[in-house]
Design a binder for this molecule. Sequence first.
Ligand code: SF4
Ligand code: SF4
Length: 339
Amino acid sequence: MKICGRPFYSIAMHPIAGGLIYVACCPSWLKYPYDKYRFRVKETNKGIDFEEVWNSNELLEFRKSILDGSYRYCDKKACPNLVSEKLMDIPEKATQNIQENNPRLNYFPIQIAANIDHACNLQCPSCRSVPDTCADPKTYQRFIDILKSGAEDIFFNASGELFFNPYLLRIMKSFSSKDYPSVKIFRIITNGTLLNKTLWYSLSDDFKSLLKEINISVDTFSEKTYSVIRPGGSFTNLQKNLKNISDLRRSGEIVNFRLLFVLQKNNFRELVDIVKGSLDLNPDGIEIRAVANWGSYSDTFFKENIRLPSDFQSICSGDILEVKKLINTSGVPLLSDIL
Ligand code: SF4
Ligand code: SF4
């Protein structure tokens, strides 16, 4: 039986009212609702207790579902690893646990998906129904706790916009490897609207040298569609920033640059343009996912206004074929749960 290694090295954190929840994997790849396998810890002034989180009953239950091969909390249609049948590698440290069928781990997370604040300069209908531009001051200490946790690989901040968050910016500008020697890799996800040259060169050299992956969620290359699905963002600035980032990648200052798209009712007809526009920027990878309801909307509203049509695959069969040809010719990897 093949085992997915991810819950044995990684944890995802997400902000909810008054605190953080911890999930064993990306919530958009898991079955809804998450109650059985997400853990909420009360934050105290002692900081995040990773021991309490990592071997909580909820995370143990999740790991059991992997060890027994049922994958009962994983969404087999949404998890790209299950769709492509390429499960994540098992870390060496977990070998004994897996042989002994033991979900309790005696080491801390190696990778943390640190989604720790919702504040964002945009208000995309796919993500939120009300604006949230006020960063939580707790973000600073949360991030310091994560840097000190011993994790080697830190991926942030899919819950909001990290370059809009003054607390995260402060850390990214002053980060020194001497203070956090265990951190070996940063990976980020940003909407790209604020990542101009001035901002890039204001980040600390240590932060930039550990930044091994920049994911930019773009969603569309059409200015008209952008104003609908990414309200609050400047399409012109984003285009300039994408060009700069692509140039930095060419010059080797950035090592891995990926473009992300959430396919939804208002952009699915642009599928071919999305892939062509992406390939023009020479990314290292493209990711196209179907929009998911994160609880911001009622099911009815979501189905009527945001979700992809249920017959998307047949409506777009020609476009999907064209996209596959473009991708095959380019050699750029495409990760997708729907193509
Ligand atoms: S199979 Fe997919 S959803 Fe399940 S734990 Fe692994 S990566 Fe996560
Ligand atoms: S840019 Fe990202 S975090 Fe911000 S509102 Fe849009 S989808 Fe949400």
